[in-house]
Design a protein around this ligand. Structure first.
Ligand code: 0RA
Length: 645
């Protein structure tokens, strides 16, 4: 067919420009990636639209259902997407919202729209990336339905019944042509995000139903989140099981020309210092930004001003540093603003400069008043910061001494380390191995050119409950730090990492899991940047081996794999199965073939996707209650909940 040659205004061309073709061509531009993460963004995008209805005050319940075929339905009780004729596009507004790019916006209703980062691209993007989408609207006492396929209308809007309420129901089937890695939704990922959304929007109920998995009573697995306390409940959730310095959490809110500010904060006896979460329009600002800067500056200022005024800091004393003031602090900052600017590498850093002063003014006033009115917890908070200051100075002195010693004795690696010969960190690997005997096997098994072995004797110190000073005086920990080469704290430098793959290799039993979790805690607290860079891994030794003839062994890494392999054999011809209890049971050749050889080993890359979740998992495991800890480890020993492959 010849192309139209009219040089003038052409309707069909404008449609093409605004249509959804670009979304299918470059999905990554709209949803970040087409991996599992991008897949989950589809659900977030639809839910965000319902949350916008909640922010505007018209919706208080959202139900998300994962169906057996991995389609997802999101139901809300908002106003329903308008169904009237759109004056310019000559089709119902709901069809405009779903088929035209960037037409998802609500036409200025005074609410803070969730827009920015990867969210806020509009439900039309989800439509474009779905093989099928069905949208039902309850409005005007009627029930309407419209259907699409890959962004194109397949069934025009029609009335399918009557209705006594309002709301929107969106069901979509993610397109396997786009999501080539997976179209399977992960319950835990959705659960974590919806819990977070419920915390951030007090009173809003979000329910999640998984029809793929049934519980004991044969009902679909489900959760329902609703928090009347909002971010106060969020902070309580984060500090569960910890010893508290102020209880309940301090809470204040402020509203001004910059937008709304809400803060909840609670100090604990913990030594953690990176437990302040920030959000802008419900989006987690992992890279921080102006709201976080305003918060930190004001917390430091207010604590020092109070301590000086009450004579708790003398004239000659140094100011408490920001880190001192925030040691053991768990807080949530949530701001809502009209035109958020998201910057940074992952577009998760808030850039609006007016938010810096808005948050710092709110904190100066809110925290200042709290301290004045609550002298007892105020005193505990100042004491905690003062002790942190002293510990910091002591650690600095200790470092200076070791530095000096270091110069005299020249830099020396720990004696137990069997280093690799390569000096190229990018190709070098460090295996942290449980016990001397497994360490011996690993030393024989390794490729010495690029694989180093550090055997650990016994348990490592729980750094979540020990201060930096004590952690540094532990032999295992200091061996680990010198072997890795980055140092920690103010002196940490990721560029000095001597290995770009640091692999935790423990037995597949409870003790191994315990050591694994202690090591993860160590990396999380002292070298989080290495986790962010993807340098930390967990080795996966096989659990079972099936002998095929004399030499050949089939290795199996999970119970499910074993069950599947055994099905292949008739009842009377089941082969012998070896169960490997520990690394020590494997000879060096086996250890190499199954666990260390890059050609065929399986490793889990540790990835702190969600700071709140990881922080909680760590303290749930490592907090003061010992009984639940053991139980938890046993249950989750091989669970990759906060690990990503
Ligand atoms: C456009 C305008 C209005 C609401 C919505 C869209 C809307 C979209 C979605 C998506 C999922 N649930 C939704 N609920 C509402 C404003 C409606 C009005 O002014 O009545």
């Amino acid at each position: 067919m010849p192309e139209k040659t009219s040089g003038g205004y052409d309707h069909s061309e404008i449609k093409v420009l605004k249509g959804l073709e670009p979304v299918r061509k470059r999905p990554g531009m709209y949803i970040g990636s087409t991996s599992a993460r991008g897949l989950h963004h589809l659900v977030y995008e639809v839910v965000d639209n319902s949350v916008d209805e909640a922010l505007a005050g018209f919706c208080d319940h959202i139900v998300v259902t994962i169906h057996k075929d991995n389609s997802v339905t999101v139901v809300d009780n908002g106003r329903g997407i308008p169904v009237d004729m759109h004056p310019e596009e000559h089709m119902p507004t709901v069809e405009v919202v779903l088929t035209i790019l960037h037409a998802g916006g609500k036409f200025d209703n005074g609410a803070y729209k969730v827009s920015g980062g990867l969210h806020g691209v509009g439900v039309s993007v989800v439509n474009a990336l779905s093989t099928k989408m069905i949208v039902q609207v309850n409005r005007n006492n009627k029930k309407y339905e419209i259907a699409f396929s890959r962004g194109k209308t397949t069934e025009k809007l029609k009335v399918i019944g009557t209705s006594d309420h309002t709301g929107t129901t969106v069901t979509f089937w993610p397109d396997p042509e786009i999501f080539t890695e997976t179209t399977e939704f992960d319950y835990h990922t959705l659960q974590t995000r919806f819990r977070e959304i419920a915390f951030l929007n007090k009173g809003l109920r979000i329910s999640l139903i998984d029809e793929r998995h049934l519980d004991k009573d044969g009902k679909p697995v489900q959760d329902s989140f609703k928090y009347e306390g909002g971010i106060v409940d969020f902070v309580k959730y984060m500090t569960q099981g910890k010893e508290l310095l102020n209880d309940p959490p301090i809470y204040f809110e402020a509203e001004g020309p910059a937008g709304e500010v809400e803060v909840a904060m609670q100090w604990t006896t913990a030594y953690s210092s990176n437990s302040v979460l920030s959000f802008a329009n419900n989006i987690s600002t992992v890279e921080g930004g102006t709201h976080m800067e305003g918060f930190k500056q004001a917390v430091t200022h207010t604590i020092n001003a109070y301590a000086r005024e009450k004579g708790l800091l003398k004239e000659k004393d140094k100011n408490l540093s920001g880190d001192d003031c925030r040691e053991g602090l768990f807080a949530v900052i949530s701001v809502k603003l009209h035109e958020p600017q998201f910057e940074g590498q992952t577009k998760t850093k808030l850039g609006n400069s007016e938010m810096r002063s808005a948050v710092s003014a709110a904190v100066n006033q809110g925290l200042g008043e709290y301290l004045e009115e609550n002298p007892k917890p105020a005193r505990k908070i100042i004491d905690k910061a003062t002790i942190a200051l002293r510990a910091r100075l002591a650690a600095k002195r200790a470092r200076e001494i070791t530095h000096r010693k270091g110069v005299l004795e020249s830099f020396s690696l720990p004696g137990k380390l069997a280093d690799c010969s390569s000096k190229d960190a990018a190709e070098s690997e460090l295996f942290i191995v449980e016990g001397d005997s497994a360490g011996g096997s690993a030393k024989q098994a390794r490729n010495r050119k690029y694989q180093a072995i550090l055997p650990l004797r016994g348990k490592i110190l729980n750094v979540e409950r020990a201060g930096q000073h004590r952690a540094l005086s532990s032999d295992t920990i200091s061996a680990l730090i010198t072997a890795i080469g980055t140092n920690i704290g103010d002196d940490f430098d990721a560029e000095k990492a001597r290995y770009h793959r640091i692999i935790i290799m423990t037995d597949a039993d409870v003790d191994g899991a315990h050591i694994q979790i202690l090591l993860l805690t160590f990396f999380y607290r002292y070298m989080p940047e290495l986790i962010n860079r993807g340098y930390i891994y967990i080795a996966q030794p096989p659990l079972y081996g099936i002998k095929h003839g004399r030499k050949k062994i089939e290795y199996l890494y999970t119970d499910a794999q074993l069950a599947k392999a055994m099905k292949k054999y008739p009842e009377d011809k089941k082969p012998d199965v070896q169960r490997y209890k520990g690394l020590g049971e494997m000879d060096p050749e086996q250890l190499w073939a199954t666990t260390m050889n890059p050609e065929n080993r399986i490793m889990l890359q540790v990835n702190i996707d969600d700071a709140a979740d990881a922080e909680r998992a760590v303290s749930e495991l490592m907090g003061s209650q010992v009984a639940p800890r053991r139980e938890f480890i046993e249950q989750h020993a091989r669970d990759a909940r906060f690990l990503d492959i």
